[in-house]
Design a protein around this ligand. Structure first.
Ligand code: PLP
Length: 442
């Protein structure tokens, strides 16, 4: 097909000089977008392949962050690129007022990842926070109740709605948050207020419902493994116990799988499946698009129907290019057994971290599942006093040793290690050497 613009061969200038990139960003980015920078010196990426990244000077890094867990099947994945290019060359957008087969296929394929025995439907949009907002709205519309319970130490996004259920002060702005949200203490087995156990935390949840809500709930929202909270896995028995209590109060279980879902934890496609529960609403984003803006609310049909009469529209929701990426991701995870690989490679990396912990007192705990791992630094193993200062140095060392990871946790003392699902066993020794050297040079 020819286009009236074919003759325009304009070459867009891209200046790769380090100082120029920093200067341009500092001049033209708003403060809000400039503020979140992990390393002391800017890290500029020029390209990526599979689970490796290169900076503008040609240095290679083993990616252990996946661009905040979005790159699931790897950088420059030829199947994703092929599907995206093909779709972009035919139709770049088709709003949901009109019909297009690609998003509909993707929705169907997503529902196939969900537990059998329920009729699942999908609402496609662009970001995790947008999907969390919709989950809160939908739970309230369906139940007719207002109160939502969330967990302390949770991160669900930056919009007004998502921020209102985020339980870490660093992510909450100084304003009256949306009403109707109460927090229950997270059952963190390392740092939680009751230490190890499930029942005391479930009693707290009962208390939260009984004393701080009207007794009738719209729902409870939780991450089976808290991500930005520092990779905090909820213990077995908590989610099912919470669901019982929330259901008894008329509410729905909303599971945020934005970080832990899409095969990352290795034992199942969705992390809630390891807890023997079937949620009412599942929020997915990040890894389902391999970097393309894509999020989904996967909801039981009966619940989704609550919004059939009300206008709720995302201009870019169900974008066919993003959905083409999403279809490629689902295909690749299944065809190349990336879930099984996440389990195997994750177990090898975890063993390396445990070995490291046996040699370094500064590591208070190593934890995680599949390719969602973390190590937490403390000043003293008995007092568990967080050690963000040593983390700062360790973090810079990991970069110098060719790993990209992230600092997280409410005290910024947790190293989050979440590589792309395509990471291979051959990469494990590279990781081991880099993390060992990072500790040795502390
Ligand atoms: C668990 C979780 N939920 C929701 C979100 C919000 O997603 P987004 O940044 O795409 O709005 C995030 C983002 O990091 C997340 O980690």
């Amino acid at each position: 097909m020819t286009s009236q613009f074919d003759h325009d061969q304009h070459k867009f200038e891209v200046e790769w000089d380090t100082a120029a990139i920093v200067e341009r960003r500092n001049t033209y980015y708003a403060a809000s977008q400039r503020a979140f920078v992990p390393y002391q010196q800017p890290l500029i990426f020029s390209r990526g392949q599979d689970n490796y990244l290169w900076d503008e000077k040609g240095n290679r890094y083993l990616d252990c962050l996946s661009q905040n867990l979005t790159i699931s099947v790897g950088y420059n994945n030829p199947v994703v690129t092929r599907e995206v290019v093909q779709q972009a060359q035919t139709l770049q957008h088709c709003t949901t007022m009109f019909f297009h087969p690609v998003p509909a296929h993707f929705a169907e394929e997503l529902t196939r990842t969900m537990p059998a025995g329920e009729e699942w439907t999908v609402h496609l949009m662009n970001s995790g926070a947008e999907a969390i907002d919709m989950a809160l709205l939908l739970a309230r519309s369906y139940t007719g109740n207002i109160d939502i319970v969330a967990l302390t130490n949770a991160y669900h996004g930056a919009t007004f709605g998502a921020q209102s259920v985020t339980g870490i002060s660093g992510f909450r702005h100084n304003l009256p948050q949306l009403g109707g949200v109460q927090f229950a203490p997270v059952p963190d087995q390392y740092r939680g207020i009751h230490g190890v156990g499930v029942e005391p935390y479930l009693s707290d949840l009962e208390g939260t419902i009984h004393y701080t809500t009207c007794g009738r709930l719209a729902g409870m929202v939780l991450e089976p493994i808290q991500g930005y909270g520092g990779i905090v896995p909820l213990p077995e028995g908590y989610i099912s116990g919470a669901q019982e209590r929330v259901k008894a109060a008329g509410g729905l279980l909303i599971v945020d799988e934005v970080q832990a879902g899409m095969a990352r934890t290795g034992d199942s496609f969705w992390s809630f499946q390891q807890h023997g529960v079937v949620p009412d609403i599942v929020v997915a984003a990040k890894g389902i698009g391999n970097g393309f803006p894509l999020a989904a609310l996967i909801v039981k049909r009966e619940i989704a129907e609550a919004m059939s009469q009300k206008f709720y529209f995302h201009t870019y929701g169900a974008n066919p290019v993003s959905c083409a990426a999403g279809r490629a991701v689902l295909h690749l995870i299944e065809k190349h057994e990336l879930q099984q690989r996440a389990r195997k490679v994750g177990a090898a990396l975890l063993a390396m971290l445990e070995d490291l912990a046996s040699r370094h007192e500064a590591i208070g705990e190593v934890r995680g599942r599949g390719l969602m791992l973390a190590l937490e630094l403390v000043k003293n193993r008995s007092s568990k006093e967080p050690d963000p200062e040593t983390m700062l140095r360790l973090f810079e060392n990991t970069r110098a040793n060719g790993i990209v990871a992230s600092k997280s946790g409410a005290y910024r003392n947790v190293l989050r290690i979440c590589p792309p699902l395509c990471t291979q066993m051959e990469d494990a020794p590279i990781f081991e050497e880099a993390i060992n050297s990072s500790f040795e040079s502390l």
